[in-house]
Design a protein. Structure first.
Length: 259
């Protein structure tokens, strides 16, 4: 498949990374398959995760990842055409079956598909509960499920935070492929996937070279590792408050339209 959009976007992203002076620590690159379909199941803490997660994959025969993303971004006047041009997969939460079918088709055609099974960015920077779509897709398409942790991008661009100062470290850990099969307990396998991602995150934090001496001072470090980020439970409270605020704003807009 010709990639008149994706390749230039990769070049632009790499130029942006160089301008930021990003440092890289990548472990597990050998687990990226050189050919054939596979699913990357990744944590999600940053608006840059799409580009950052693709960085180590591109190093393997310049392979590309088709990411599953909320359909809202495909409606954006700038990002939308780029997302479509890169053949990413829009996910309409009200009609998720089409996205599932599109992803299965890509996998059976030997493509790599990227999924954020937490569904939304984690405000705790730890691993939230997972949707089981990634596991079900791996079974249906008969492809490996590869867990991946990306850590550090949230220090650059995340909820209510932007810091373009140079020199931040991006640590990526790619785990060994997992092989769910028909007949497996999908919920149990999904729990295993979450445990694996939690363990990989612990390994990533353990070797992260830019941890401060006072971990509590690091707003970007998960509370589980002594950092200043909200706990998973505190993050749930924040998410609920944000949803309520969004709903209130939407209701207010609708009321204004009726006047």
């Amino acid at each position: 498949m010709a990639e008149p959009v994706y390749r230039p976007v990769i070049w632009t992203a790499k130029s942006f990374f160089r301008a930021l002076g990003l440092k890289w620590d990548i472990v597990g690159g050998e687990h990226v398959p050189a050919k054939g379909g596979a699913i990357f199941a990744m944590n999600h803490t940053s608006f840059l995760d799409f580009a950052l997660a693709g960085y180590p994959v591109d190093k393997v025969d310049h392979r590309l990842v088709r990411f599953m993303a909320k359909d809202g971004i495909f409606k954006h006047p700038v990002a939308g055409p780029l997302m479509r041009g890169m053949h990413h997969i829009p996910v309409d939460r009200d009609q998720g079956l089409q996205a599932y079918r599109d992803a299965i088709g890509a996998l059976k055609n030997g493509e790599l598909v990227g999924i954020f099974p937490e569904a939304t960015m984690s405000r705790s920077f730890d691993i939230k509960d997972l949707k089981n779509g990634a596991v079900r897709m791996a079974v249906t398409a008969d492809v490996p499920l590869i867990p991946m942790i990306v850590f550090g991008g949230h220090r650059v661009l995340s909820y209510n935070h932007r810091d373009l100062s140079r020199g931040k470290l991006i640590a990526i850990t790619i785990g060994e492929p997992m092989y769910p099969k028909r007949g497996d307990d999908m919920d149990a396998f999904n729990t295993q996937l979450r445990t694996t991602l939690q363990d990989l995150l612990a390994q990533t934090v353990e070797r992260y070279a830019q941890l401060p001496a006072d971990r509590k001072s690091a707003w970007w470090l998960p509370a589980r590792f002594g950092g200043g980020a909200p706990t998973l439970e505190e993050a749930l409270v924040i998410e609920e408050r944000v949803r309520e605020q969004r709903a209130a704003r939407k209701a207010e807009k609708e009321a204004q339209k009726k006047k």
